[in-house]
Design a protein around this ligand. Structure first.
Ligand SMILES: Nc1nc2c(ncn2[C@@H]2O[C@H](COP(=O)(O)OP(=O)(O)OP(=O)(O)O)[C@@H](O)[C@H]2O)c(=O)[nH]1
Ligand SMILES: [Mg+2]
Length: 220
């Protein structure tokens, strides 16, 4: 096994959506009913194995910083993954998702963009005010983000899987498929085909020439 590789992942989103709770669930498998107070930005660490390699995740949490407006460049710097977290029962946190995505876009531009996931937290709450899955999924598609729902409150959650998926996307970004142009016969090839057909038509008669013409374009 290789020496641990460091991967920095940050969690952003409105106040009280459960950023700290998601981290605590992943790192200590704990949940607190009371809001978790950091007094600022803080890093937590978690080692995860992926394909026979160990990765040391640095998870950066925010709290008070958000209350003073935009997060600093220092907070974002060198992060390879970002979770935009919102509360599935809080429409305001949902409405602010685009603001967070715009902030990321303005900081990173198109180069070295981190892997960004959208996470709807508090999924175990089944109230009428819960934002429907389709609405969240549609927004994530519009913003080109992978979407997950989870609950930091439930011991049986998919938080580990979300971070594993993030790790997989960071370590093995999907190879861009080369755009495959439709196969077009080159002009020179076409010229040659028509020459052969013309010669065959003269020597063997027109029907044979027509047969050759069809056999060139209708391959089994
Ligand atoms: N029901 C439910 N409550 C949750 C869940 N996750 C977090 N909470 C509660 O939501 C409140 C806020 O959670 P935090 O983890 O402190 O939220 P945060 O995003 O870190 O908040 P700030 O640091 O203030 O921005 C706390 O009372 C948590 O117990 C969840 O999945 N389900
Ligand atoms: Mg917090």
């Amino acid at each position: 096994m290789n020496k641990d590789q460091q991967i920095k992942i940050i969690l952003i989103g409105e106040l009280g959506v459960g950023k700290s709770s998601i981290i605590l669930r992943l790192v200590d498998n704990k949940f607190f009913k009371e809001p978790f107070k950091n007094m600022g930005s803080k890093s937590f660490y978690k080692s995860i194995e992926f394909e026979n390699n160990m990765y040391n995740l640095e998870l950066r949490d925010t709290e008070a910083l958000e209350r003073f407006g935009s997060l600093t460049m220092d907070f974002y710097s060198k992060s390879q993954g970002i979770l935009i977290v919102f509360d599935l029962t809080n429409i305001n946190s949902f409405n602010q998702i685009k603001k967070w995505k715009d902030e990321i876009d303005s900081i990173y531009g198109n180069d070295n963009k981190p892997v960004i996931f959208l996470v709807g937290n508090k999924s175990e709450i089944t109230s009428q005010t819960r934002i429907p899955f389709d609405k969240c999924n549609d927004l994530s598609k519009n913003l080109n983000l992978k979407y997950f729902e989870t609950s930091a409150k439930l011991a049986d959650n998919n938080i580990q899987l979300i971070f594993l998926e993030m790790l997989r996307n960071i370590v093995k970004p999907e190879e861009k498929l080369e755009k495959v142009e439709p196969h077009i016969k080159s002009k020179s090839k076409l010229k040659l085909i028509f020459k052969i057909i013309a010669v065959c038509s003269c020597c063997c008669g027109i029907p044979y020439g027509i047969y050759l013409l069809f056999s060139c374009f209708y391959k089994k």
